[in-house]
Design a protein. Structure first.
Length: 145
């Protein structure tokens, strides 16, 4: 976990007077599976998960078939899953995984979703843009099986 990032978020939230935020220092799949009641989430955002771009590390990627199952349990039918990455190979993997998942349906036409207006531009995304990477957005709707 990036503890300094959690600390920064708490400081920023305090400075802005934000009161409706809860941070959890945990492994994301475990938090999704065990901390949240089934079908309790309106929107799940997964923006710039670590790309693990070396071949021998790609199996560590978060968005893999098991993630689709875990995300589907947490999101309510009709809810939304949004993803973004600056790593083309991971974008392809995300789209393959979610296109295959019976609990999700594409909520975009064409190859990729439009940039989600509510997605704040982070330092991480700025860095990707600076080195000329394409940013890929994906949006899926949780459907009833
Ligand atoms: C590449 S950064 C992107 C951060 C931010 N979403 C952004 O767009 O700037 C990936 C973040 O995911 C966190 N992370 C990686 N694996 C995780 C896991 N299994 N559970 C929870 N957080 C994780 C890292 O600590 C890091 O903060």
């Amino acid at each position: 976990m990036f503890t300094a990032g959690l600390a920064r978020t708490m400081l920023d939230a305090h400075r802005e007077g934000v009161k409706n935020l809860r941070l959890v220092e945990a492994n994301a799949p475990e938090a999704l599976e065990h901390l949240l009641p089934a079908e309790s989430v309106d929107e799940l955002w997964v923006f710039f998960p670590d790309p693990w771009h070396k071949n021998k590390h790609t199996k560590r990627r978060l968005v893999a078939p098991d993630f689709a199952r875990i995300a589907a349990r947490a999101i309510r039918p009709g809810g939304t899953l949004r993803l973004a990455t600056d790593w083309q190979d991971y974008a392809d993997q995300m789209r393959d995984v979610l296109d295959e998942a019976p609990a999700f349906e594409r909520a975009f036409t064409g190859e990729w979703a439009e940039r989600f207006e509510g997605r704040v531009l982070t330092a991480f995304e700025r860095k990707g843009l600076r080195v000329g990477r394409d940013i890929r957005d994906l949006t899926y709707t949780r459907v009833s099986p």
